[in-house]
Design a protein around this ligand. Structure first.
Ligand code: HEM
Ligand SMILES: [Cu+2]
Length: 536
């Protein structure tokens, strides 16, 4: 029986007021807002996967197969925009940060509940604008998700709408960041000192500072492109005296730190899962906590590694290459400490831990190939090839994506009070893991052999690698369908879950599943650090 009973509150899923959809889309309860994000973001993820599937299918033969060249350009642009701004950047902070952060620190809600709801409405408005680019004349943007100038200024496709969508989504991210930083500073329960904070909270806290400080730079940059498109003033277009390299600097000053908005919360979830299933406290709590801040800080000093071939000075190249190597250190500390915590632990091979293993494996490949791309000499050869496409799918999908799946399988019983079929969940993981590596690993080889990214055709010598990768995309998609199907089935037919399904020690496992409306009858008094396990 959990330590903090629900009493008369009832749980957050139970009918509120008139009930129905309105009691959800106008709810200011952080748990309901977390679920609203989960439903919206998973739906967009499935749209993104479908676009990826058809791009791969187009490449099954050389020359046109199922679409024209410019349709392929629009597909990878929309796929990139959806997968980054509508899936991987918001998913773990907005779903699990919202649902769990207040409970984990012993609070009844976030600092600004109505602002929290507004951030979800900004998300929905951004999603609507992004999808609208598909439906109205001129077709979706064909620039790539990076919207590089001057092409993004000159092309007739729906770039202005796409940029507006990303700017609106930026507001959702900034408001979420403000809410989380204020909540962690102001609403911690008595005894919940900084050194007793769960590592997921440290990760979401570091992420929130990037959301607050970096996102406005992206917003301003993209609004300048809109201004140049609508007003014809020369900011980035060299034909009008503008500087396209300035656009790239302003774009990556956000978009590189943004990769830490993607990966840090996922890393935080892994830091929660590993000690619970190794049944021992995490190895080097302080180092893991501070490495989140370290990644956020050093990670904002390396954006130039996306521009080694842009023609900036050799000195700048050496500086950005060196600091790119530095940022690998705090990331490596986390991997080292997870492995250190697993070593000699009494491991329970449950689904969340198996996902954590997949995350550590895939993220390590993604991280190490990032070092290859960070080396000046190699980057000149590999820039804008399939090697880059493989690298970012390994860190963003293999890392942040599988981290999200791990978090979803770890906290699902807490969020919904029901358990999923673990056998089916493990089969889905196997399909995802095999499909992912079969789809993306060959792209490293094709990239080394010179296959450029964003091409809708290829030379004969790339055929075998393309075909292996396409088969991989089918296996991966089968895994996605089985994973999502199994969880939706569990929502309605799953066995009742225990309040503390995995024997966790953090506060969310001390309240009933699903949690009561206000999380706690009375604010708890915290006496221990987060991974203080009662030995069985
Ligand atoms: C079933 C899953 C997926 C498949 C089959 C897939 C496939 C692809 C393909 C074929 C491209 C175009 C490569 C090129 O021609 O340059 C691409 C680009 C991209 N993908 Fe994915 N992808 C998948 C999942 C993801 C996920 C989960 C993310 C992010 C979390 C992601 C982020 C991106 C980005 C940012 C681009 C670059 C778009 C651009 O060049 O502007 N993808 N993907
Ligand atoms: Cu980068």
């Amino acid at each position: 029986m959990s330590d903090y009973a629900a009493g008369a509150q009832g749980n957050y899923l139970q009918k509120e007021g008139r009930g129905g959809i309105l009691s959800w889309i106008f709810s200011t309860d952080h748990k309901r807002i977390g679920i609203l994000y989960l439903v919206a973001i998973l739906s967009l993820f499935l749209v993104g996967v479908t676009l990826g599937f058809f791009m791969r299918l187009e490449l099954i033969t050389r020359g046109p197969t199922i679409m024209a060249a410019n349709t392929y350009n629009s597909l990878f642009t929309l796929h990139g925009v959806i997968m980054l701004f509508l899936f991987i950047i918001p998913v773990t902070p907005s779903v699990f940060g919202n649902f769990l952060l207040p409970i984990m620190i012993g609070a009844k809600d976030v600092a600004f509940p109505r602002l929290n709801l507004l951030s979800w409405w900004f998300y929905m408005a951004g999603a609507f604008l992004a999808i609208l680019t598909l439906l109205i004349a001129n077709g979706p943007a064909d620039t790539g998700w990076t919207f590089y100038a001057p092409y993004s200024i000159r092309t007739g496709t729906n770039v202005t709408l796409a940029l507006s969508a990303v700017v609106v989504l930026g507001f959702s991210s900034i408001l979420t960041g403000i809410n989380f930083v204020t909540t962690v500073h102001r609403l911690r329960a008595p005894g919940m000192t900084w050194m007793r904070l769960p590592l997921f909270v440290w990760a979401v806290y570091a992420t929130a500072w990037i959301q607050i400080l970096a996102t406005p730079i992206l917003g301003v940059n993209l609004m300048l492109v809109v201004a140049e498109r609508l007003l014809g003033i020369g900011i980035f277009d060299p034909a009008k005296g503008g500087d396209p390299i300035l656009y790239q600097h302003l774009f990556w000053i956000y978009s590189h730190p943004a990769v830490y908005i993607m990966i840090l919360p996922a890393m935080g979830a892994i830091s929660e899962i590993v000690p619970v299933f190794a049944r021992r406290t995490i190895f080097g709590y302080k180092a893991v906590a501070y490495s989140s801040i370290g990644i956020a800080a050093v990670g904002s000093l390396v954006w130039g590694h996306h521009m080694f071939v842009s023609g900036f000075s050799y000195t700048a190249g050496v500086y950005f290459s060196l600091f790119t190597f530095f940022v690998a250190i705090p990331s490596a500390i986390k991997v080292y400490n997870w492995v250190g915590s697993l070593y000699k632990g009494s491991l329970e091979a449950a689904t969340p831990l198996l996902y954590a293993f997949a995350f550590i494996f895939l993220f390590s490949i993604g991280g190490l190939t990032g070092l290859i791309l960070g080396a000046l000499s190699l980057n000149i050869h590999l820039h804008d090839t399939y090697f880059v496409v493989a690298h970012f799918h390994y860190v963003k999908f293999g890392g942040a994506g599988f981290g999200f799946f791990a978090a979803l399988h770890y906290w699902f019983p807490k969020m919904f009070g029901r358990m999923y079929n673990t056998k089916l969940a493990n089969v889905a993981l196997l399909l995802l893991f095999i499909g992912f590596n079969t789809l993306f690993f060959p792209l490293f080889v094709l990239g080394f052999q010179g296959m450029p990214r964003r091409y809708y055709d290829y030379l004969p010598q790339f055929t075998n690698g393309q075909l292996i990768s396409i088969v991989g995309s089918w296996i991966l998609v089968a895994g996605v369908i089985l994973m999502v199907g199994n969880l939706i089935h569990a929502l309605f037919k799953g066995k009742k879950a225990q309040a503390n399904q995995w024997g966790g020690a953090t506060l969310e496992w001390q309240v009933p599943s699903p949690p009561p409306k206000e999380n706690f009858e009375e604010i708890p008094e915290v006496k221990y650090g987060p991974y203080h396990f009662k030995r069985d």
